[in-house]
Design a protein around this ligand. Structure first.
Ligand code: GAL
Ligand code: ZN
Length: 682
């Protein structure tokens, strides 16, 4: 089938005569799949229960006739005006009690039975009508769950929350214990007294906030599952997915992954951000890892500019191609855009599209069509998978949510940024890395990096400890093991149940103010035979007391001068490294390089120039090396064995074998490993 290529298709924005033209242009652009109908509810059900699918039949038939597959949306992301007029209680409420009015999109309360009933009914009609349609490839439920309405605080949600709490805690006494309600006279006598954490005179109960985040995620997932259930029943075997947003706190991608037949992501690179490819890499690794390496879909990206940042520049020439190939290099089997044809009106008229306002004689249309041709020329890539990485980085949504609650030692800790600080040195070293939740089996990894795991249960700590006992290399960073899953501080303080494996305790937190830094100095000759250079650290420091660990680096100034900043602890057959501050990037790189070498984790390709990313996918179609030049200057890359440039065919060249690749800035090479081909041929 090949790597899918296409876009969100919103034909209801255009008169039918344009649809014909769409189909022929789609062929020209090598489109193989579109996501259709995402915002079509008002057109498909213009009045309650009065469905109009005739026009959509023509859309489906046209696409099918043109050989284009459809990722069919259930149309439920934006309720039509008649629904919110008849049932204003469907509208979501903010924490301040204010209703959010219709007029934008996603204006529904995730707990609303009225919304869910109407949404499921529409999904049911669609499934019944199109289950057997030859163009149907998969289902796309809702759209970016939790994008605009992350949480709702209305009375309907409040009642749903109380039901959820009853199920979770059984008794109000249990709830009181879990929420530490003895504090500030918050003890509940009855579940009926419990409310969502609405805007209060001061910090609402943190455990209540945490549970409300969990509950709200659950409410969104129940919307998804209610629709999925009818789709699975009426069109068995057709995969069901939804497009997730990158590192989106309201939606736990790992929890959702179990209910998604394939992971699907929307990723909008920021052309002004010099690290946009790094953020993408981190997110793409998560997508690939969430379902154990299964190919995933890049369901939305922009062909050029977006419309929703403060300043929206286009992607410079070659960037869109590079970043699209990056998704494929990191395991995607589909590259789609938002959207096919640029809207004339509405809030997104300045958002780029495959067919811009300026038409097809444009850089954007040429670049997307060229990419479509290129992807179509290498169908054998589809279904290949990353070679399982030997390093993993752990992200825990629950801990992330708790970490970022208010009234903490520092309000400057943001998990995605902190985690990126740990991912950056691995990426720079060219190491392949999984991004996994803490309850994953870690025993297959040589190195496990755990950024800032604030909330840790005993079971989770024991998994990490037994990983080290079994010979693993573990790296944990500051403000970890502080609380349990109810945001209650572990007895004895930080790092709680991680104290034994890390061989230390933290006596006091010394968070640092913005624009302050402290010096850090390597202590020389750490057990692993590596040493840290001198440098700076910021954001955070803590008073670490050694209980078996040795100091690898210490603070050189500030209140903690002379006390440990980085430690190592031999534990069982493995080693646990602890980082009690935020090291500057060069130091973090040196630290990760040391730990990585001790773990025996090697880069995908040795000696790569800075900014060049290398990945491998392999499978029945062969073994492929991807080289992506994010570095801004041309690079020559020596290959370890003879390889064939598989994109040469799309350029009308011969596929000669080579030991050397010249990559221009923003260049991409996809190379078939000829040894592997020879091996499989014999
Ligand atoms: C996404 C959304 C699309 C479109 C796009 C614009 O968040 O799913 O419908 O709005 O952003 O970048
Ligand atoms: Zn609500």
């Amino acid at each position: 089938m090949g790597i899918h290529f296409g876009a969100d298709y919103n034909p209801e924005q255009w008169p039918e005569e344009v649809w014909e033209q769409d189909l022929s242009l789609m062929k020209r652009a090598h489109v193989t799949m579109v996501t259709a109908g995402i915002f079509s509810w008002a057109r498909a059900e213009p009045r309650p229960g009065a469905y109009d699918f005739g026009w959509f039949d023509r859309v489906m038939d046209g696409l099918g006739g043109a050989g284009i597959r459809v990722c069919l949306a259930t149309m439920t992301a934006s309720p039509p005006p008649w629904l919110t007029r008849a049932h204003p209680e469907v509208l979501p409420q903010g924490p301040d009690g204010q209703r959010r009015w219709p007029g934008g999109r996603q204006h529904y309360c995730p707990s609303s039975p009225v919304y869910r009933e109407h949404a499921v009914r529409l999904a049911e009609r669609l499934a019944a009508r199109y289950a057997g349609h030859p163009a149907l490839a998969m289902w796309h439920v809702g759209n970016e769950y939790g994008c605009h309405t992350r949480q709702c605080f209305c009375d309907v949600s409040a009642a749903d929350f109380r039901r959820w709490l009853r199920e979770r805690y059984g008794s109000v006494e249990q709830l009181n214990t879990a929420w530490s309600t003895a504090f500030w006279s918050q003890a509940y006598a009855d579940f009926d007294e419990v409310l969502p954490p609405r805007t209060a005179p001061t910090f609402p109960n943190p455990a209540q906030q945490l549970d409300y985040l969990r509950f709200s995620d659950d409410a969104l997932r129940r919307c998804y599952l209610a629709e999925k259930e009818v789709l699975a029943r009426l069109s068995p075997g057709v995969p069901v997915t939804t497009n997730l947003m990158p590192f989106h706190k309201p939606v736990d991608a790992f929890a959702w992954s179990a209910d998604m037949d394939a992971m699907a992501l929307d990723f909008y690179q920021d052309p002004f951000d010099p690290e946009t490819h790094l953020r993408a890499a981190f997110t793409f690794d998560l997508m690939r890892s969430a379902r154990g390496g299964q190919p995933w879909l890049l369901l939305e990206q922009a062909p050029g500019a977006v419309n929703w940042r403060a300043v929206n520049g286009p992607k410079p020439p070659g960037a869109m191609r590079l970043w699209s190939w990056q998704a494929v290099a990191q395991g995607a089997d589909a590259v789609l855009y938002f959207q096919w044809r640029q809207s004339r009106g509405g809030a997104e008229k300045f958002h780029s599209a495959m067919v811009p306002h300026a038409g097809t004689d444009t850089r954007v249309f040429r670049e997307v069509s060229d990419l479509g041709r290129e992807l179509a020329s290498v169908p054998e890539l589809a279904g290949t998978r990353a070679v399982p990485p030997t390093a993993a980085l752990v992200v825990d949504w629950d801990s992330w949510r708790a970490l970022e609650l208010d009234s903490h030692p520092s309000s400057r800790l943001r998990l995605p940024e902190l985690a990126l600080g740990h991912y950056r040195p691995l990426f720079a070293a060219g190491v392949a890395c999984d991004v996994v939740p803490p309850d994953r089996d870690l025993s297959g990894y040589r190195l496990v990096v755990v950024p800032n795991l604030y909330a840790v249960t005993g079971a989770c700590a024991e998994r990490l400890a037994s990983y080290v006992r079994g010979g693993g290399q573990l790296l944990v960073s500051f403000f970890s093991g502080v609380v349990d899953d109810c945001d209650r501080v572990h007895p004895g303080g930080c790092p709680g149940p991680l104290r034994e494996v890390l061989g230390l305790r933290v006596e006091e937190f010394w968070p640092l103010e913005e624009d302050t830094a402290v010096g850090v100095r390597g202590c020389g000759g750490a057990a692993g035979g590596w040493d840290l250079p001198d440098g700076r650290a910021d954001l955070w420091s803590e008073d670490v007391r050694l209980e078996g660990a040795e100091a690898v680096a210490e603070f050189t100034d500030g209140e903690l001068a002379g006390s440990p900043a980085v430690t190592r602890h031999g534990y069982g057959a493995g080693t646990a490294t602890y980082v009690g501050t935020r090291l500057e990037p060069a130091l973090m790189r040196a630290l990760l390089d040391g730990v990585r070498a001790a773990a025996g984790v090697r880069p995908v390709l040795a000696g790569l120039p800075a900014g060049v990313q290398a990945t491998v996918r392999e499978g029945a179609g062969g073994r492929f090396l991807f080289l992506l030049n994010h570095g801004g200057r041309a690079a020559d890359i020596a290959l370890p064995c003879p390889m064939a440039d598989v994109l040469a065919g799309a350029r009308g060249e011969r596929e000669d074998h080579t030991y050397q690749v010249a990559l221009p800035a923003r260049g991409v090479a996809v190379l078939r490993d000829l040894r592997r081909a020879a091996a499989t041929a014999t």
